[in-house]
Design a protein around this ligand. Sequence first.
Ligand SMILES: Cc1cc2nc3c(=O)[nH]c(=O)nc-3n(C[C@H](O)[C@H](O)[C@H](O)COP(=O)(O)OP(=O)(O)OC[C@H]3O[C@@H](n4cnc5c(N)ncnc54)[C@H](O)[C@@H]3O)c2cc1C
Length: 375
Amino acid sequence: MTENYDLAVVGGGILGLAHALAAARSGRRVVVFERDARANGASVRMSGLVTVAGHAAGGATRRAKRSRDVWAEVCSQAGLRIEHEGLSIVARRAEAATALEAYAATEPAPGCAFYRPDDAHALFPQFRGDIAGVFWSPDEIRVEAKSALPKIAAWLEDTHDVAFRWETAVTAIEGDVLRTSRGPVSAQAVVVCPGDDFRTLYGERLAAAGLTRAKSQMLRVRYEEGFELPGAVATDLSVPRMPGLEGLDGVEALRARLEAEQPEHIQHGVVMLASQSADGSLVVGSSRTLEATPDPFQSQAIDDLILEELAAVFGKRPKQILSRWTGTYAFSVDRPLFVEAPEDNVRVVIAGAGAGASAAFAIGEDVVADLFKAG
Ligand SMILES: Cc1cc2nc3c(=O)[nH]c(=O)nc-3n(C[C@H](O)[C@H](O)[C@H](O)COP(=O)(O)OP(=O)(O)OC[C@H]3O[C@@H](n4cnc5c(N)ncnc54)[C@H](O)[C@@H]3O)c2cc1C
């Protein structure tokens, strides 16, 4: 007999789990299909920072704030540790300070502050050398992505009765029947969250969507015993990438200076985002290179660019590199969020920027509400 569900979710990454949670919370019977034995895509390779500051005003900021609140609930209910809270962006140049100070005063950034150099050094003694100020947002939380995903899946299964079909690829969706590598399953509605696989399901449609793949390099490093971050830490390099800061004074001038002064960082899409784990080690990234099929190789030269920016902020390089990895995610120049309805009962949901985990839970709520609005 064919199994029957209200919602089938394709993809066991964070976007898939977020849709499963939203549907289960509204009383629906949900099944999640993941072709791997456990989530192994972008969602377990990411920095684990749930960002709020810097999203575009309007829908993106609303989603970021709502999603952050659901992340906090999920952490407490599923037994995930919040590794730390808050984000500081160290302005190494006056132009970055101008932009960040202006952003801290905008409506989407309540609770954020900008500290001029003297106050910044007093509040954040970890940051060394010449700095033009520090932007602080209290809202970010960081989770340990690698362990968070299996814990959320187990909690969904135990507490919300979500069924998981691991090592099961979905090969086609025909009406309310999903063809899978382990036989057919039927579901009233389907959400496809394929991460950066644009070819298996609805390949023709996705080929026209202008999506590509971004490859990122990451490292886990260690400073001396007792070294402690004040929350997540980023620098000037992140500022021109933040949609919420677009158009603010200082941003264009900063972009031009970064291109002149750190051309290799810009060429390889390097930003520096450091966050800390329970054992004191830091997760540090990242780079961004765009290609239809990214190569699997970790470049030492790119790792050095990331480490150089880390050392510029903390005045020293880490004592040890504990591990290195790469990850890939879907990327679109102009569509940070891709929601398509190839059929009335199907949605394809792809986060087309490097911060899809942050907004995942709000995206899941919106899509599930839309899918079941008639019922
Ligand atoms: C190095 C790195 C750092 C990042 N840091 C951050 C960060 O700090 N904060 C943040 O918000 N975002 C971050 N991101 C981005 C974020 O990780 C992604 O936007 C997000 O994880 C995407 O989730 P997803 O569920 O769509 O994709 P994925 O996690 O890639 O999951 C997709 C899943 O679908 C499965 N699948 C695909 N097709 C099928 C099929 N036909 N049948 C069955 N299963 C299928 C795949 O096996 C995969 O497990 C980072 C990304 C990387 C790579």
